[in-house]
Design a protein around this ligand. Sequence first.
Ligand SMILES: Nc1ncnc2c1ncn2[C@@H]1O[C@H](COP(=O)(O)OP(=O)(O)OP(=O)(O)O)[C@@H](O)[C@H]1O
Length: 220
Amino acid sequence: MLSAKNIFKSYPTPAEPLEVLRDVSLELDAGERLAIVGPSGAGKSTLLQILGTLDAPTSGTVQINQTDPFQLSETELAHFRNRQIGFIFQDHHLLPQLTVLENVLIPALAIGRPSEETIQHATDLLERVGLASRSTHLPGELSGGEKERVAVARALLNRPTLILADEPTGNLDSHTAQAITDLLLKLQAEENAILVTVTHSKDLAAAMGQQKTLLDGRLS
Ligand SMILES: Nc1ncnc2c1ncn2[C@@H]1O[C@H](COP(=O)(O)OP(=O)(O)OP(=O)(O)O)[C@@H](O)[C@H]1O
């Protein structure tokens, strides 16, 4: 379960602090989906960073599976994040010198040498995203949509509680965007994970089923 309660976030500026999030709360159970929409600069990515434990709120609490990540030590938090959260970014963040399979294995490589079982799971995920035949290729040899599919497979490697996607279809043509949306929703449902996406895409937001708008720092 994901719960965020009374989240406020301000950034310091030379003048007044810039208040980006004002009393944002949300609660999602396993298998639920939420699209966060809103104008540019509304604080969508800031909220996603906080839900992803990459940035702490100025005040308020986050709980992921009954754990408050911001109470953990740095090392515990890195481990927790790696185990519980899968991230998908608009520009996929694949490492160009690693093969497709190695890129999917990155969340496992962060905690040591991947087991045979983990390598098999990564191979299965590549099969499920339709890229089994490309596992030894480098990202530079793939199309934009294929790279995004690798990013989806990688986000699922550790069977995360929570998948966070920031504009996962942002750089794709409408046909490829639809294919990535279908794939993401299918895998999320199969894994019973929580999926939160930030998007400007009306199609993706509609496909997510539930959407909320961030405006003037408030989510409604
Ligand atoms: N580290 C930071 N320091 C200072 N201000 C920041 C920082 N990060 C974001 N901001 C500001 O916070 C506000 C919200 O930014 P954020 O990236 O969360 O918006 P967004 O809704 O995701 O926008 P977009 O749709 O354009 O990506 C913006 O005014 C931005 O300039």
